[in-house]
Design a protein around this ligand. Structure first.
Ligand SMILES: Cc1ncc(COP(=O)(O)O)c(C=O)c1O
Length: 414
């Protein structure tokens, strides 16, 4: 089978399907052929084929593993008593956002206005934009979005921006929901304590805005190696935001939302007083960066979640001693570190440093060698920017393509 591929017509004949519908199991969102057509190369349709027959590079998600990750997050958070508001910057895929909601999430986060537009247009029920908008055009666009979608929440981190948002909201004829972005020592946000309180009081007094609470994301905590070091880092970084929440409460301001955290701290954040929901992103896919930070029970591997996301590549060249070349370079994997892992092998490195090619190097203890034309499966360095490179991902069950998900918010950089 390797190297062969089905044309759309051949597959439809083989599967006995008409051209009007694509089979998808009841528990996941499916797409019609018309939905998929723009994302498919020509007339090819690969649903039902073995993943080893896909043209490469191909972005794949193992559906069993993905579903296990969703359930594990849901179960843990039920136990610790906080909610999840997953960050969709990881997957950019409305179908996955809907799966997350079915697993108890109260809404989602987005990093860009364009992502917010996509998620809301695909019926995601509540969207928190974790990035401030400062230019007049984006401020207006955000408030227009709020006009069409009442469940859109915007972060704000300085007074003039709050005033601009309020004016634009009034122009749009809405009272817009905002959260104050309190900095835990990060790139963005307003310092905790009196400056954050003053901003919240301003928001509360502006006619176009409704204060909903606090956003505070300690990005620097997420990849701290070792669970106890990570816990100490995060609780220390978030202490100012927790004190700010108390100030809000004492001043009669809304603390309905106190949102932050991520995959690295999902089982730590409930210790922050008043914390309501964690913005987990990577847990659904996992990547090499996260696998290396260690868990509460395993110091060398972050094994709370399974790595479900891979890029399939094809070995192109085996003419040289000690090395080989495959067809996934920076345009398929990015330049992020650490280097991708080749599944099912050891003692072999993969370096995606050229645009179209990746270098396979056999170490002295290499567990195997590869043949030309052979497929390899790579766990990616960092999932978010890799997903952003692809128009769609294959959902794999066992070894078969069960569905194809358009990555509808891919490339929404503004
Ligand atoms: C604002 C914000 N919240 C949450 C996350 C968490 O993502 P992850 O769970 O992938 O660490 C991120 C990641 O960059 C983020 O920027």
């Amino acid at each position: 089978m390797e190297g062969s591929s089905y044309s759309r017509r051949t597959f439809l004949q083989a599967a006995g399907l008409g051209a009007a519908s694509v089979w998808a199991p009841g528990h996941v969102s499916g797409y019609s052929i018309d939905d998929l057509r723009p994302y498919l190369a020509g007339e090819r349709l690969e649903i039902g084929v073995s993943k080893w027959d896909l043209e490469t590079p191909a972005l794949c998600v193992d559906l069993d593993r993905l579903e296990r990750n969703l359930s594990r997050m849901e179960t843990t958070l039920q136990r610790t008593g906080i909610a999840s508001r997953p960050h969709t910057k990881t997957h950019k895929t409305p179908a996955i956002a809907h799966l997350q909601m079915r697993h108890g999430s109260i809404g989602v986060c987005v990093a860009k206005l364009g992502e917010a537009e996509v998620m809301l247009d695909h019926g995601v029920k509540e969207v928190l934009l974790t990035t401030v908008n400062v230019t007049p055009s984006k401020v207006r666009r955000a408030m227009q979005l709020r006009r069409w979608h009442p469940n859109f929440i915007q972060t704000v981190d300085y007074p003039d921006n709050a005033r601009d948002l309020s004016t634009a909201a009034e122009e749009a004829g809405v009272v817009a929901d905002v959260v104050v972005d309190v900095s835990p020592g990060a790139r963005t946000g307003i310092p905790p304590g009196p400056p954050a309180l003053a901003l919240a009081q301003l928001v509360d007094s502006l006619p176009g805005l409704r204060l909903r609470g606090i956003h505070a994301y300690s990005g620097g905590s997420q990849h701290v190696v070792g669970f106890s070091a990570r816990r100490a880092h995060s609780l220390n970084a978030m202490a100012g935001a927790a004190e700010t929440r108390e100030l809000f409460q004492k001043s009669g301001l809304s603390t309905e939302i106190f949102s932050g955290g991520g995959t690295g701290t999902y089982n730590i954040d409930h210790e922050i007083p008043g914390f309501t929901d964690v913005q987990v992103g990577s847990y659904i896919f996992m990547d090499c960066q996260y696998l290396e930070i260690g868990s509460a029970t395993n110091p060398t591997l972050y094994d709370d979640f399974d790595s479900s996301l891979t890029v399939l590549a094809t070995v192109l060249n085996t003419n040289f001693e000690g090395r080989a070349t495959a067809d996934a370079g920076t345009k398929a994997l990015t330049l992020n570190q650490p280097d991708p892992y080749i599944l099912g092998s050891s003692g072999i490195t993969y370096r995606a440093r050229s645009d179209e090619f990746g270098a396979i190097t056999y170490g002295p203890d290499a567990s195997r060698t590869f043949r030309t034309g052979e497929r390899i499966e790579l766990v990616v360095s960092h999932c978010d920017p890799v997903v952003n490179l692809y128009g769609f991902m294959y959902g794999i069950r066992g070894e078969r393509v069960e569905l194809i998900w358009p990555i509808a918010a891919r490339g929404k950089v503004v």
